[in-house]
Write a protein that binds this ligand. Structure first.
Ligand SMILES: Nc1ncnc2c1ncn2[C@@H]1O[C@H](COP(=O)(O)OP(=O)(O)O)[C@@H](O)[C@H]1O
Ligand SMILES: [Mg+2]
Length: 604
């Protein structure tokens, strides 16, 4: 019993978190509630009208007041129409506005979260927080609120009028209310449970469906069409079963409602004799109220269960809003350097590009072992560092720390001789160019994408950057040149082409520090050669960290770091490392042999 009570009290606790978003719409909500109350007021009057007409026009058999009666009746009915219209449109307005505010707040907040949040939460999860949770909350604070006002006030009004007219009969009618509440709650609890199961199945079906489409190639090559189809049929079958159960429950629910109102009616009929015989009107009024009370009770229980289910949405939404970035700037830093939405660039020091790791220990927030331990390294400005090693060795981790996407668990990363945490993330990020293995372009034109690198770049600078990385061809062969659309995520271009564009974008930004994480891993050999010569051009005059999967591309680096299990096991120039005949030597010869063999096969 206590657990039920706890559950019931929780919703009101959760709604508190939404109040700040409703505050702005106080006036709209107030008008909505007032109009709702007025319309219920008229609804409550209708049985009174009937009572009057029955008592006077039929019982009393005089029609003197009929014209007045008609006039007032018409006015009252028009009033409810107007009030209904106003409260509905205000509820709609609140829903739309609160929705928009919640989404904007969520999106802005997401922009402030660090890399690791996106690492740990799937796109689907985040999408649901921003889109569906907000819409459930929006409808709760508008429609559910309005429904509760309507029905609660009707219920209270009906009870008060009945008590006033005939307390004894009123109490008898009300005696069945607790029974009804218990019955309704019983069905409602089951409905909530089955509905939740339906929703879960639904999301599984959606994700199966998405995978079936996005993974079409993989599915075909693995020849698992049959299995995928079977899984899908199973899920949709389960969905059908559950949905049928929902309609069963709903049907039983309505039947109970009918029985309940008949019961109330029966009580009035049975006990109605106590009412004076000439008061036919009063008798009919009681019947009306007794029946009319059932619907509000059902709605109220509905509204409460809405509140309970929406609780989950509110919780998840507020959890997102309360998530603090793993990497945050201190108040002092924010004071001086500003934040992403309001950077104080005038206070920013010019960035040099010296990087130093000092006794760094690092474990991923969701990891369980140290990736780096007591790691130290100095990278003076202008050096060209290559990082090589097997998959999982910790290469990307190193550059993630330089970019401050993560912070050391212990120790320091220093930029220009000062702990990175003494300056803002934005300050650092504005000086870093980062090109990944899977380049990302935004939907829009090529020009728009390049301008993300530097919004003030001139036409001439754009073309110079494109030429530098031999990407003019990519642009020239497109129908509208720079103004060609690249599609969502750059879909209209090949990976290699996207990579060249993202290089040009990085050049336009003119960063002091350039990070390339396996930038050539997913392109063909020809493009790789182009990109390789592009890299040689653009790393000049910058500190560069190049993670390369092909060792032939790092021969000219100032320093090659060989990483294994999070430790630098060898470092030096290409020739020195080869001479040392260590890990680098074996990696190199193995790759050399593999390439020789594959080219042998290619020529055969
Ligand atoms: N976001 C992460 N959370 C937890 N562990 C991670 C994460 N990213 C990488 N790791 C782990 O850290 C180690 C180094 O990974 P990484 O730096 O990505 O290697 P590389 O880039 O050399 O292939 C691996 O053991 C990997 O499993
Ligand atoms: Mg990596």
């Amino acid at each position: 019993m206590t657990s039920v009570n706890e559950k019931r009290s929780l919703p009101f606790f959760g709604v508190g978190k939404v109040l700040p978003y409703m505050k702005k719409y106080r006036k709209t909500l107030l008008i909505m509630i007032l109009c709702g109350l007025m319309s219920t007021g008229v609804d409550l009057l209708i049985p009174q009208f009937q009572r009057y007409s029955l008592n006077h026009f039929i019982g009393g058999a005089t029609l003197d007041t009929l014209p007045w009666f008609i006039l007032i009746y018409v006015i009252a009915i028009s009033m409810t129409g107007i009030m209904n219209y106003i409260s509905c449109s205000y509820a709609m307005r609140t829903e739309v506005c609160v929705n928009r505010d919640l989404r904007n707040a969520a999106f802005s907040h997401l922009q402030t979260l660090s890399f690791s949040y996106f690492n740990q939460n799937s796109v689907g999860y985040i999408h649901a927080r921003v889109i569906s949770d907000t819409s459930r909350i929006g409808s709760l604070v508008s429609w559910s609120l309005m429904d509760s006002v309507w029905h609660l006030s009707y219920l209270v009004g009906a009870v008060v009028v009945m008590l006033a007219v005939n307390a004894r009969l009123a109490l008898m009618v009300m005696a069945i209310l607790p029974l009804i509440v218990i019955l309704f709650s019983f069905f409602q609890a089951r409905l909530i449970k089955v509905n939740r199961e339906v929703r879960e199945l639904n999301s599984r079906i959606t994700s199966d469906f998405n995978e079936g489409i996005t993974g079409a190639k993989t599915i075909k090559t693995l020849v698992i069409e049959n299995k995928m189809a079977k899984d899908f049929v199973n899920d949709t079958g389960a969905m059908r079963k559950k949905s049928v159960r929902v309609s069963h429950l709903r049907g039983m629910f309505s039947a109970t409602l009918n029985v309940a109102s008949s019961l109330a009616l029966a009580i009035v009929l049975w006990q109605g004799g106590y009412i004076a015989e000439n008061e036919v009107g009063t008798f009919s009024m009681f019947m009306n109220y007794a029946q009319g009370m059932m619907e509000p009770v059902r709605w109220l229980i509905d509204a409460i269960s809405d509140l309970i289910t929406t609780q989950v949405n509110i919780e998840r939404f507020s959890r997102l809003m309360e998530t603090q970035s793993d990497v945050t700037d201190t108040p002092q830093v924010l004071e001086k350097y500003g934040d992403s939405f309001n950077p104080k660039r005038e206070n920013w020091e010019e960035i040099q590009g010296d990087i130093e790791f000092r006794n760094v220990d690092f474990m991923y927030p969701d990891g369980d072992e140290y990736v780096l331990e007591n790691f130290s390294l100095k990278i003076p400005f202008g050096s060209n560092i290559a990082i090589v090693g097997e998959t999982g060795a910790g290469k990307s981790t190193l550059v993630n720390l330089v970019c401050r996407f993560f912070e050391p668990t212990k120790g320091q990363v220093l930029i220009d001789g000062r702990d990175a945490r003494e300056r803002s993330q934005l300050w650092l990020h504005s000086a870093i160019g980062y090109v990944l293995q899977t380049p990302h372009l935004f939907s829009g034109t090529i020009r728009e994408n390049l301008l993300y690198g530097n919004p003030n770049a001139t036409e001439e600078e754009i073309w110079r950057a494109l030429k530098l990385v031999s990407a003019e061809e990519v642009v020239n062969k497109m129908e509208k040149g720079l103004d060609s659309d690249v599609g969502e995520g750059g879909d209209m271009l090949s990976t290699g082409e996207k990579q060249l564009i993202s290089f040009a974008r990085a050049i336009l930004a003119d960063p002091r520090i350039l990070v390339l994480d396996e930038a050539t891993a997913s392109v063909d050999t020809l493009t790789e050669q182009k990109i390789q010569s592009a890299i040689e051009t653009i790393i000049k005059g910058r500190t560069s960290l190049v993670i390369a999967h092909r060792l032939s591309t790092v021969k000219n680096a100032d320093l090659i770091l060989v990483v294994r299990d999070g430790k630098i096991i060898e470092q030096g120039k290409h020739t020195e490392l080869l001479k040392a005949r260590g890990h680098y030597y074996s990696l190199y010869t193995r790759q050399y042999e593999e390439e020789a063999t594959s080219s042998l096969f290619a020529n055969a």
